[in-house]
Design a protein around this ligand. Structure first.
Ligand SMILES: *[C@@H]1O[C@H](CO)[C@@H](O)[C@H](O)[C@H]1NC(C)=O
Ligand SMILES: *[C@@H]1O[C@H](CO)[C@@H](O)[C@H](O)[C@H]1NC(C)=O
Ligand SMILES: *[C@@H]1O[C@H](CO)[C@@H](O)[C@H](O)[C@H]1NC(C)=O
Length: 276
């Protein structure tokens, strides 16, 4: 799979795309490269969490349930975390917020207790190898985890998926199936044109002006594909913020806080639209 290739090969693929005469591969053009240095930048948040630890199909999972009992079919959000994992406080608070809006939220820990911050300051840490290992774990665990969650909530429930950075491609992949009714991502890593071409479900793109990993040119290309395919989508673009804005905002920066909050609110509105 393209997204598990190493940086050198990605650069080669990118080059082959910009110089068609040198086409070295028939792989789909890359719109956001694999997780890089930008994905481990940002600010840690603070707060009281309301969710719990559960295990689903053998995979550690953060679960946050709606505060008040809701009527009608259950609404479930599958949360695909950035490289800090769904157990990182920022991501827990975000999942709790979605739950407070009436969703059952399940965050799969495809890092199996080994998120990026476990390697902070580790001498000789090989991020490429860690990403490769994590992608392999996610590829292996996501299908059985999704199946177990779907079975647990039953046929009447409505499922949607949101993903950040590392979790972005999984949103696009599941939004090409009938396992969800809608998808949403912010600052994705490791996505190609094919990911957008294959979509069959509505997609929210929450994007940042200064995101070097998913720059405005990539966003525009993605939107062009979605429009050509007559897909249902909504895109938002926030000025003055970059990669990680939706999960690791600087809380002392008014613009960054506004973008983070508005991104989360839009995810909620987007999912309410398709799950009620
Ligand atoms: C839940 O799991 C996370 C990640 O493994 C761990 O840090 C945390 O202590 C666990 N919390 C509880 C209440 O067991
Ligand atoms: C890091 O891991 C990758 C993938 O396993 C490997 O190709 C590369 O040689 C490693 N780099 C170093 C400096 O060990
Ligand atoms: C990537 O991970 C897979 C599965 O763990 C392994 O078989 C493969 O050798 C790894 N590749 C690199 C370049 O590390």
């Amino acid at each position: 799979m393209v997204r598990s290739l190493n940086w050198g090969l990605l650069a080669l693929l990118a080059l082959s795309h910009s110089i068609p005469a040198l086409a070295l591969s028939s792989a789909s053009p890359i719109l956001a490269p694999e997780v890089g240095p930008d994905c481990a930048q940002g600010f840690k948040h603070d707060g009281k969490i309301t969710g719990t630890n559960v295990t689903v199909a053998g995979v550690p999972t953060y679960y946050s349930k709606p505060a008040k009992s809701t009527t009608g079919p259950k609404k479930v959000i599958l949360f695909f975390a950035d490289i800090y994992s769904p157990f990182y406080i920022n991501n827990q608070l975000l999942q709790d917020y979605f739950a407070s809006e009436g969703f059952h939220v399940l965050g799969i820990d495809y890092f199996f207790g080994d998120p990026i911050q476990a390697h902070d300051g580790e001498p000789g840490f090989n991020q490429t190898a860690w990403i490769n290992k994590s992608r392999a774990q996610a590829d292996e665990s996501l299908p059985k985890w999704t199946e177990a969650v779907k079975k647990q909530y039953g046929a009447d429930a409505k499922f949607a998926a949101v993903g950040y950075c590392f979790g972005g491609p999984y949103v696009l992949e599941i939004s090409a199936t009938d396992n969800v009714v809608a998808g949403a991502f912010a600052h994705p890593s490791g996505v190609t044109e094919d990911h957008f071409n294959k979509l069959t479900k509505p997609l929210l793109l929450s994007t940042a002006e200064l995101d070097a990993a998913f720059p405005v040119a990539s966003r525009n290309r993605a939107l062009e594909i979605l429009a050509t395919n007559k897909a249902k989508y909504h895109a938002q673009l926030f000025s003055g913020v970059g990669h990680g804005f939706a999960t690791r905002a600087d809380l002392s920066d008014e613009n960054a806080v506004w973008a983070k909050d508005q991104s989360a609110k839009t995810v909620v509105e987007w999912f309410k639209r398709f799950t009620t």
